[in-house]
Design a binder for this molecule. Structure first.
Ligand SMILES: Nc1ncnc2c1ncn2[C@@H]1O[C@H](COP(=O)(O)OP(=O)(O)O)[C@@H](O)[C@H]1O
Ligand SMILES: O=C(OP(=O)(O)O)[C@H](O)COP(=O)(O)O
Length: 397
């Protein structure tokens, strides 16, 4: 079904709630990559130009319904203001007195940012009534809703799914662009089609493999995903990230891959450290010989070469999830090798995910070297799986 765009809405002088994805990486309170904020600017600018009173809402991290100052969106409001070249009024709560007063103070063309949606338990609640009650409060702040947080459209959350059901709504430009590119990957994908998976949201993303086994020709596994596979093969993984309850599922994936002729590529070496720290002792060890008192924080150099060689013949590559803890220099080399492997492959390359996109930029790669950098990791994976995404479903007429 079709989604309305901003051009289909009358927004002049109206209060427009924009659900953006401003979930950016922070270090010591400072934004280390503002890609998602920059990606949200065009839709906000367009609404301002049409005279809307723009109320931006977003989440940061996973504070789980509690007010945690380290997850405040205040630094994001400041950066958004710099990028827009205008003051962004920051509400110190999400739907309370501050939010109402901030919204009341907006003139046409003005911009406000509400505090972290996930400070409110209703935002992420699985209980429809609790989520709905919070959605009522959010919707009461506005007259029109614009969904533009592509990175969060796979979440059945109040601001993503329930609010658009309560207000006239449309999709913002970012969602429209993301969907257009990803649609190509679901329709006529050029083969061989390789998918690289890594990162730390292992339980979220392992399930994606189930569906990819029928779609991809090659699946390369790095990052925090690796250790559930290594353990499933009977190897020691020390203190590495592990989804113990998924071992059976992973064994099944490996068996089906063989049956379906899908090539699974696992690392052959791992950078194993004594602690989750840049200055911890660390060594390259064989993937099947991780010492019991260590944890794997990156794929090793031989794995980097192996992965690049398996990307070399691909015509399409989708990559989500860094290969290691790239934020710390000693564990950034695997991610660098895979990024370079994508570029050298000459394939149609899509990089998806907040941290994956941030990794590409902070490691100094030119964004234009990739065919598309998506702001959503889990969202793009679930889109490629063919799943119904709540945030897209809710925007359909
Ligand atoms: N071996 C590992 N152990 C722990 N964390 C890891 C490991 N490899 C990668 N990571 C972390 O994964 C995070 C990104 O994961 P994720 O959120 O799933 O990716 P994206 O945001 O691109 O979808 C990064 O912060 C990175 O430090
Ligand atoms: O960072 C995000 O997703 P991603 O890491 O899959 O790209 C989105 O902001 C969604 O965040 P969530 O996975 O905490 O719901």
């Amino acid at each position: 079904m079709a989604m309305r765009t901003i051009d289909d809405l009358d927004v002049a002088g109206k209060r427009v709630l924009v659900r953006a994805d401003l979930n950016v990486p922070l270090k010591d309170g400072a934004i280390t990559d503002d890609g998602r904020i920059r990606a949200s600017v065009p839709t906000i600018e367009k609404l301002r130009a049409k005279g809307a009173k723009v109320i931006v809402s977003a989440h940061l991290g996973r504070p789980k319904g509690e007010v945690k100052p380290e997850f405040s969106l205040a630094p994001v409001a400041a950066r958004l203001g710099e990028l827009l070249g205008t003051e962004v009024a920051f509400a110190t709560d999400t739907v309370g007195d501050s939010a109402r007063a901030t919204v009341d103070g907006l003139a046409g063309g003005g911009v406000a940012l509400l505090e972290n949606l996930r400070f409110e338990a209703g935002e992420t609640s699985k209980d429809d009534a609790e989520r709905g009650a919070f959605a009522d409060e959010l919707a009461a702040l506005a007259e029109v809703y614009v969904g533009d947080g592509f990175g969060a459209v796979h979440r059945k959350h109040a601001s993503v799914y329930d609010v658009p059901q309560r207000l006239p709504h449309a999709a913002g430009g970012l969602i429209a662009t993301e969907v257009a590119v990803l649609k190509k990957l679901t329709e006529d994908v050029a083969r061989p089609y390789a998918v690289v998976l890594g990162g730390s949201k292992v339980s979220d993303k392992l399930g994606v493999i189930d569906n990819l086994l029928g779609k991809a020709d090659r699946i390369l596994i790095g990052g925090g995903m690796v250790f559930t596979f290594l353990k499933a093969q009977g190897h020691e993984v020390g203190n590495s990230l592990l989804e113990e309850d998924q071992l059976g599922t992973v064994r099944e994936y490996l068996r089906r891959a063989e049956e379906n002729g899908v090539e699974f590529v696992l690392p052959v070496d791992i950078v194993a450290a004594t602690a989750f720290a840049a200055d911890a002792d660390h060594d390259v060890v064989a993937a099947d010989a991780i010492p019991a008192d260590r944890l794997g924080l990156d794929i090793g150099p031989e794995s980097g070469k192996l992965f690049a060689s398996r990307l070399a013949g691909a015509k399409t590559v989708f990559w989500n999830g860094p290969m290691g803890v790239f934020e710390m220099e000693p564990y950034s080399h695997g991610t660098r090798a895979v990024a370079q492997g994508l570029i050298d492959s000459g394939a149609f390359t899509v990089v998806g995910g907040g941290d994956s996109a941030a990794a590409v930029r902070t490691l100094g790669f030119d964004e234009s070297a990739f065919s598309h950098i998506s702001t959503g990791g889990g969202a793009s994976l679930e889109y490629l799986e063919g799943k119904t995404l709540p945030g897209l479903q809710a925007l359909e007429d």
